[in-house]
Design a protein around this ligand. Structure first.
Ligand code: CP
Length: 320
């Protein structure tokens, strides 16, 4: 039950958690990954609702795995047409119902802002599991955990973000998080039509003072990169099939293209991949994307524990 003196915490946008809170969460995830058994009963008697109105493999199943590994239970919907959303029920009414059935909810929605609407009226913590082409904050936590494990921290990294930087919500959330650190340099590698949206460049990148450059060619910047973050061209966000077909294979990372890359480059991808990373790279020691997906379980375990207040001292108390 919610303490009326405290404002409940949700995770809708990267900025909902301070840098300190994020780092405490990452530390907790690292402890969980090293001591899984110690956390196996922490959520006994608790229920997670997964409300997914768009397709998902990793996010939904890693949330469900996370809650089960904490000893809790899971209920949920895996598509819009398997819930009363198909009959016209609003997000607001849905979350009111879910608040009666579960202790915490993770929502993916095709409409930007839908999880924020839910959080505004929910009596249980709501987690944005991806809203349209907007944000995907738990993917960013997963990405940060992966970077921390590979690089030991976040300062002074040169990061190439490559592919669909317009519709790729994982990129938007990751930029928002990384601008908080010192000495970050971004290369935004995309075709003209899929550049990072102006509002992100103007309101987040420029105001942070981070160095950045928009380029078309991955190979021009390869030798400088500490991290290469590949993304899928987001077919489902295109209005025009012909544009998607023209742009979908703009970047295909092959071993040949990695010839000039650093030995310690970390190749990341939120997945699913289509063609943008050749399978020949999967066995390369620089390929981090499957470990990244595994990290998604640990960070989501940490997030559930923090939002339910089972692990204290991770999130600050916010007063209404
Ligand atoms: N990374 C990610 O969001 O994957 P899914 O769409 O499979 O959840």
């Amino acid at each position: 039950m919610q303490n009326t003196e405290e404002k409940m915490r949700h995770l809708i946008d990267q900025a909902d958690f301070s840098t300190q809170e994020t780092e405490r969460l990452l530390n907790l995830a690292e402890d969980i990954s090293a001591n899984m058994q110690a956390y196996s009963k922490k959520c006994e008697g608790k229920i997670l609702a997964t409300l997914f109105y768009e397709p998902s493999t990793r996010t939904r199943l890693s949330f469900e795995s996370a809650m089960m590994r904490l000893g809790g239970g899971v209920i949920g919907v895996a598509s819009a047409d398997s819930s009363s959303a198909a009959k016209g029920e609003s997000v607001a009414d849905t979350i009111r119902m879910i608040s009666c059935y579960a202790d915490i909810a993770a929502m993916r929605h095709f409409k930007e802002g839908a999880p924020a609407v839910a959080a505004n009226i929910s009596s249980i913590p709501v987690i944005n599991a991806g809203d349209g082409g907007h944000q995907h904050p738990t993917q960013t936590l997963t990405d940060l955990l992966t970077i921390k494990k590979c690089k030991g921290g976040f300062d002074n990294l040169t990061i190439g973000l490559c592919g669909d930087l317009k519709f790729g919500r994982t990129v938007h959330s990751l930029i928002k998080s990384l601008v908080r650190y010192e000495g970050i340099k971004f290369y935004f590698i995309s075709p003209e039509e899929l550049k990072v949206p102006d509002y992100i460049i103007d309101e987040i990148v420029r105001t942070s003072g981070c160095e950045y450059k928009e380029v078309n060619d991955m190979e021009d910047v390869m030798p400088e990169l500490d991290i290469l973050y590949m993304t899928r061209v987001q077919k489902e966000r295109f209005f025009n099939e012909a544009d998607y077909v023209r742009l979908k294979d703009s970047y295909i990372l092959t071993l040949d293209k990695l010839k000039t890359a650093k030995e310690a480059l970390a190749i990341m991808h939120p997945l699913p991949r289509v063609n943008e990373i050749a399978v020949e790279i999967d066995g390369d020691s620089r390929a981090m994307y499957f470990k990244q997906a595994q990290n998604g379980v640990y960070i989501r375990m940490a997030l559930i524990l923090a939002l339910l207040g089972i692990e204290n001292g991770i999130l600050e108390e916010k007063h209404a």
